[in-house]
Design a protein around this ligand. Structure first.
Ligand code: ARG
Length: 588
């Protein structure tokens, strides 16, 4: 279906044309004086120059032609030449009826669907997930869902950090503790045990202690470096241990992500890119892009207009080892080969921006990506505590994701119990569902690139711009609808009629903008736009609800119309939160 804003623009464009002006002046925008009108068109101001006429003259001509418009109740020329527009009630209810028919509520599927890889999550194997990884997971998941909603083929890749020094550290620590395991015996040729020699709890203790020791003990650190190198050269026993580490860690990660309602199509990691490195390096050398600089292999990526210095992209260290950049470049090669994406989008901490500038420029310059493939970086800000510093536990340590979720759920549980009339048996489950909305909405409602303050009190509040407030609105609608059916009403009867009050009209005007906001949010990679939109819809609904008799409405066709409007509102909110990555309970 055509968007209302498009229909309005078409209507005004026709009038411009009829009056002898270029139809392109008919563009309609949201009013920036909502006290005066709903929409506006500034075309007469722009046309004035081209046609050497007073803008007011043009505006008046156009307004006169809109006098009997089926779209506008009022099209008024006002000084110095604006067109102030008010929509007809029956036109608006017509739009609502069309929206009801649409599975995606008026969102058009992309004409040319793109294949988009989103690289998000980015956890490091064997290191516990902490809040730093939370933002990537939440933002990436919502962009993935948005892209799909708009008809694109979106592939989510977790891109595990599974090939670095942390592997060598764990292997070294295990060797110190359990040196007689067959993995360390180079003469061993038999089959290694199927069962891993550690649990996730062990791993979570092993890594930090190995990491701490390596910072104090030089020999130990060298041992870990050596173990990493041997692993990377494919030492059999270490590869077997590495597989165990991945298995144990990945199943734990999957559990954690499932709790966040985050999922990935690909569980690839840095290690998967390694086979692509030798050929890639060779090619960069052969084609003259890579050169040696103090023993290291580098590609220049500085550009003339750079305002700050962009150092060369390092491909190999002087000892021949590959780096984070090498892996990311090789991952691009792999992704091009396997998926031919039109776009690769990285959702990563903005402090890694320079790394991605180097990688993107190098990939572009050397032709690892064709011109038709976009490489984009969505760098997000830091999640801070109330003190404005990166979020920590009360004791000052790094907050683990699981604990953070538990803390939110507990707080949510308290609030729900305080607030409710419902049986307590499911309060715990409800707290989980609402808690997730608090975390995700709290994050997504901020512009991704900005730092934000993680404030449990505010995020879990039922009032204000919060996830629980949005859910509360949905639950309110659900409960009215179930009361309606309990009292013998049938949902789906009648039809949406023209609005009879300002607040009802405002709700409809908010609802019709769903498609526009969904598209803009994806286009701008800005989930916060979708949050702002559903906040607006929720506010519009709650004002309407407070001044409208719904179930006690006597006139049956009017009651049916209001019920249908409620259903539509619930659908808009429910689709939007599902795209954002959370859901609503049946009651709260
Ligand atoms: N594992 C990395 C980290 O924790 C994030 C990976 C981001 N993705 C990428 N392709 N580099 O910092």
């Amino acid at each position: 279906m055509k968007k209302m804003i498009t229909l309005m623009t078409e209507e005004i464009s026709k009038a411009f044309e009829k009056a002898g002006y270029d139809p392109s002046y008919g563009r309609v925008t949201l009013s920036n004086r909502p006290d005066l009108c709903e929409y506006q068109c500034n075309g007469a101001m722009a046309g004035a120059k081209a046609y050497h006429k007073a803008p007011m003259v043009i505006a008046e001509e156009v307004a006169a032609l809109l006098a009997d418009s089926p779209v506008f109740k009022k099209a008024e020329a006002v000084r110095p030449g604006f067109l102030n527009l008010t929509v007809r009630e029956d036109f608006l209810s017509g739009i609502m009826r069309q929206m009801e028919e649409e599975k995606c509520l008026g969102v058009e599927k992309a004409e040319k669907p793109k294949t988009i890889i989103i690289d998000y999550g980015g956890p490091n194997v064997a290191k516990p997930l902490h809040v730093g990884h939370l933002r990537s997971a939440i933002i990436g998941e919502s962009l993935k869902r948005m892209g799909r909603y708009l008809g694109h083929q979106v592939i989510g890749d977790v891109h595990l950090g599974d090939w670095g020094l942390q592997m060598g550290l764990i292997i070294t620590e295990l060797r110190h503790r359990k040196g007689d395991l067959p993995y360390f015996d180079e003469a061993f040729t038999g089959e290694y045990p199927k069962e891993p020699p550690f649990t996730i709890a062990d791993l979570e203790e092993i890594y930090p202690s190995a990491s701490a020791r390596s910072k104090e003990d030089e020999d130990y650190k060298n041992e870990a470096l050596e173990a990493t190198a041997q692993l990377q050269h494919g030492r059999r026993g270490y590869m077997a241990l590495w597989h165990h580490i991945i298995d144990v860690s990945v199943s734990d990660l999957k559990k954690n992500y499932a709790n966040l309602d985050v999922s990935f199509d690909l569980w690839k990691g840095e290690s998967d890119a390694q086979p692509y490195i030798p050929d890639m390096v060779q090619r960069l050398k052969d084609e003259g892009f890579a050169y040696e600089d103090q023993g290291a292999l580098v590609v220049d990526v500085a550009e003339e207009n750079d305002t700050k210095e962009i150092p060369p992209c390092m491909i190999l260290k002087s000892d021949g080892a590959s780096l984070y950049t090498t892996t990311d470049l090789a991952t691009i090669v792999e992704r091009m080969k396997l998926y031919h994406p039109d776009e690769i989008l990285y959702v990563v901490d903005k402090r890694q921006e320079l790394h991605f500038i180097q990688v993107f420029r190098c990939a572009r310059k050397t032709g690892l990506v064709p011109d038709g493939t976009a490489l984009n970086f969505l760098g997000f800000g830091t999640m801070n505590g109330k003190d404005g510093k990166p979020f920590k536990t009360r004791e000052g340590g790094v907050m683990r994701l699981e604990n953070l979720i538990a803390e939110i759920n507990e707080e949510m549980f308290k609030k729900i119990v305080e607030n409710r009339s419902v049986r307590d048996t499911d309060a715990q489950d409800t707290a989980k569902v609402v808690g997730l909305s608090a975390i995700k909405y709290g994050d997504l409602s901020n512009q991704a690139t900005k730092d934000y303050i993680f404030d449990i009190d505010r995020f879990t509040s039922f009032e204000g711009n919060t996830g629980p407030y949005i859910l509360y609105t949905i639950v309110r609608i659900k409960s009215i609808l179930s009361r309606y059916t309990e009292e013998g009403g049938h949902i789906g009867e009648g039809a949406i009629l023209p609005p009879e009050s300002e607040s009802e009209k405002a709700l409809m005007l908010a609802l019709q903008a769903f498609a526009q906001n969904m598209e803009a949010a994806f286009e701008e990679k800005a989930p916060h736009r979708l949050c702002a939109y559903i906040y607006e819809v929720s506010n519009a609904f709650n004002s309407f609800y407070h001044e409208t008799k719904i179930l006690s409405q006597d006139e049956p066709s009017r009651r049916q119309s209001l019920i249908r409007l409620l259903v539509l509102t619930e659908r808009v909110l429910t689709e939007a939160i599902s795209v954002l990555g959370f859901s609503a309970p049946d009651h709260m």
